[in-house]
Each structure stands twice: as structure tokens, then as C-alpha cells.
Design a protein around this ligand. Structure first.
Ligand code: GLA
Length: 381
């Protein structure tokens, strides 16, 4: 992929680019907790986005998407978001750098990727690759963590999704064979060795992406914020649902309106599950780990209501298949992938059974994507 990007760049702009790479991410557990200062347990994957970039001495930025075979041009001193356009991820990061006081000039850029499904956060991978590339080309002294925060802000302002920090963080900080136990209050992490023994992590791509996923995401976030405002009556210091102990759920139920309680319950209990699951993985107790994945799915589906018929079917069917340790929907929801931990000796059977059952029920041919935990963003030599 690096060669393909370099060749496209050279063909278009005539010189050699610097190439930055940033991976997509998976999340073992901890969904919809990052924007409530909670815990999450993601990891970077091998697949990602490659960005070839070089200064051009102009004030114009010339962009080329190798995958869409599409160009886009903007002026570095005057630009604004364009509805639903991939260039927003690039302009958004450039804008954040400029607002932070970094001086940018015109640049040429060609990018492409091999992220095989939606739900692996290609947008965060693109933003982090851009941030890493810009920082290298303009010789900016800018920390990885700042790039992560600019990428997140860029997505809020230029793509209109009020996402948390998990995706850009995992893309930037990923480590081979490790999951990141990330605390989204302090924005710091512990690396946890992910030894799955004779088991493999496998994503199942539902191949659906329901409309309104972005607006539903923002609504869920608002519902959590509303719960926090109400709960301050008895937890005056609370800044997020992270501050509500899981043992207080009964008390919380009495205070919150019926439509808000299940949402709050999901976040509070999911944060607890992340601690339990990371401990279980550390201790090598895969059965406990798998049970927590199932509980996470049920909570996301029934209480937080971000699943859909296709994801529910894939997860529920998987729980009954031999060799499956755990299965749940992964990411923001309303489509994308499930994440599954399956005994190596049963992987083929798992794929065959799930493929036919899903095809029969939804007339969709699911994809199976093996994933391995990999290194985060970097400049490629
Ligand atoms: C999306 C967001 C993340 C996170 C997940 C749900 O991927 O970008 O910040 O909230 O959904 O866990």
C-alpha cells in the first residue's frame, strides 16, 4: 500500500512524499463510555490509512483520494467544512493545528487505505495519519496526545459527530499484541498483554450501516449529559457517569426518568465491565472475559439501544456456536461489525454456520475478518 500511495503521489505531483501510516481500531469492551470519562479497552489493528504528503510552496492544498480517485483543493488560509466530504477530515485537522498556533503552508497529499469494514474507525485513522504527516512535514513539535485531541475536535467540528477520544487514541498509541486500558478521564492508558491462547479474534461485518447513526450517536451523548445534570442532586461533584458507582444503580433508578435510566445504567455498568474484563484477560480467564462481552452486547442492545436486528442476530447466533468464547457488537452501533473470540479449531465451522444463517435471514453475505493487535501511527521509512 505504501508503494501505491507513493507512486500515485509522484505521478500527480512530481516529487517524493513522506508517508505516514495510522491504523484502524477494534474495541474489546467499553462501548459508549469514552464520552462519559469512562474506561475503554481498544487496540490498533494492522489495517489502516497511508498518507503521502509534502509541502508545495503554495497556499493551495491539493488532495487526492486514491481509493475514490477524486481530487479536492483548498486554500490553507481560508477553508470551511463541506457536507459529507472526506476532505473534512484533512481540513479539520489542519484547522485545529492552525488554531493551536502552528503555522501551515500549502501541501500536496495522496491517501488510501485497506480498512475492510465500517466500524473500524477509518475516520480516526485518516485524521491521525494526517496529524502525524503534517507534524513531520512542517517540523512541528507536537505530542502524540495533542494530535489525538486535535483529531477528536476536528471530527466534532468538521464531521459533526461528537465522538469520544477512544478511536484516535487507539490509532495513535496502539502496541503490538497489547490492548490499551484507556482511562478517558485522565487520557492515559495501561497496556495489557492480550494472550488469547488457542483462540482468535474475528470480526464479522454485518455490511449494514443504518442512516441516522451519527444523529443517534449525538442523542445518546446528550441523554447521558442530561442524566448527569439530574444526578448532581445527590452527587453534587459528579462531572460524568463515571462518578456514579455501579452499586448505586437502584438509587439512580429512583431519580432518573424512565427513558433516561437504561441509558445511564448501560454506561455505569459498562465501565465496571471494562475493569472486570481487563482483569480477566490479564489473569487469562477467557471464560469470564467472554461472558462480559455477552453482557456488554445485551446492555448495548436492550438498554442503550444502539444495536440493530442484523447485529443482534450475529451476536446471538454466535453465542450458541461451538468454540465461541464471546461475541458482541463493536463500536458506535447501528451496523458495522461484531467482535468475536473463537477457538482456532472452530473458526471454519463458525464462519460456515454464521454465513449461511445470516444469508438465509437477511440475504446478506457476511464477511469474516481476522484481526491482530498492532502498532499505532508512525512515519514509514
Ligand atoms: C464511536 C466513537 C467513539 C466511541 C464509540 C462507542 O466509535 O467514535 O468515540 O464512543 O463509538 O464506544
Amino acid at each position: 500500500m505504501k508503494d501505491k500511495i507513493t507512486q500515485s503521489f509522484t505521478k500527480l505531483f512530481g516529487n517524493q512524499p513522506i508517508v505516514a501510516f495510522a491504523p484502524g481500531r477494534i474495541n474489546l469492551i467499553g462501548e459508549h463510555t469514552d464520552y462519559q470519562e469512562g474506561l475503554v479497552f481498544p487496540a490498533a489493528v494492522e489495517q489502516g490509512i497511508w498518507v503521502g504528503i509534502q509541502k508545495n510552496g503554495l497556499s493551495t492544498c491539493r488532495l487526492f483520494s486514491v481509493d475514490f480517485e477524486e481530487e479536492f483543493v483548498f486554500d490553507i488560509h481560508s477553508f470551511s467544512p463541506k457536507k459529507n466530504h472526506w476532505a473534512n477530515y484533512i481540513m479539520g485537522v489542519a484547522s485545529q493545528f492552525q488554531q493551536a498556533g502552528y503555522k501551515l503552508e500549502g501541501f500536496d497529499l495522496a491517501f488510501g487505505g485497506n480498512i475492510p469494514a465500517s466500524g473500524l474507525s477509518s475516520s480516526a485513522a485518516l485524521s491521525i495519519a494526517i496529524g502525524t504527516g503534517l507534524s513531520e512535514v512542517f517540523k512541528l513539535t507536537i505530542t502524540k496526545k495533542s494530535i489525538v485531541l486535535y483529531a477528536q475536535k476536528s471530527e466534532h467540528l468538521f464531521a459533526g459527530v461528537k465522538c469520544g477520544i477512544m478511536d484516535p487514541y487507539a490509532s495513535a498509541f496502539g502496541v503490538k499484541d497489547r490492548a490499551l486500558l484507556l482511562d478517558c478521564r485522565t487520557n492515559t492508558h495501561f497496556e495489557v498483554e492480550a494472550d488469547f491462547g488457542e483462540h482468535s479474534l474475528l470480526l464479522v461485518n454485518s455490511k449494514v450501516k443504518h442512516n441516522l447513526a451519527d444523529s443517534a450517536y449525538n442523542q445518546r451523548r446528550e441523554a447521558c449529559e442530561e442524566s448527569v445534570r439530574i444526578l448532581r442532586k445527590i452527587y453534587p461533584e459528579a462531572t460524568s457517569l463515571r462518578d456514579i458507582p455501579v452499586k448505586d444503580l437502584e438509587k439512580v433508578k429512583k431519580l432518573l426518568p424512565a427513558e433516561l435510566f437504561p441509558k445511564a445504567k448501560h454506561v455505569i455498568s459498562e465501565i465496571d465491565r471494562v475493569t472486570l474484563a481487563s482483569n480477566a484477560l490479564h489473569a487469562g480467564d477467557l471464560n469470564v472475559f467472554g461472558t462480559l462481552l455477552k453482557e456488554s452486547h445485551l446492555s448495548l442492545s436492550k438498554d442503550f439501544e444502539v444495536s440493530c436486528a442484523e447485529l443482534d442476530f450475529l451476536a446471538e447466533k454466535s453465542w450458541d456456536l461451538p468454540g465461541v468464547i464471546g461475541s458482541r457488537m463493536m463500536g458506535g452501533g447501528f451496523g458495522g461489525c461484531t467482535i468475536n473470540l473463537v477457538a482456532n479449531s472452530r473458526v471454519q465451522n463458525f464462519q460456515d454456520q454464521l454465513y449461511s444463517a445470516y444469508k438465509e435471514n437477511f440475504d446478506i453475505e457476511a464477511d469474516f475478518i481476522p484481526v491482530s493487535l498492532s502498532e499505532g501511527a508512525r512515519i514509514l521509512e
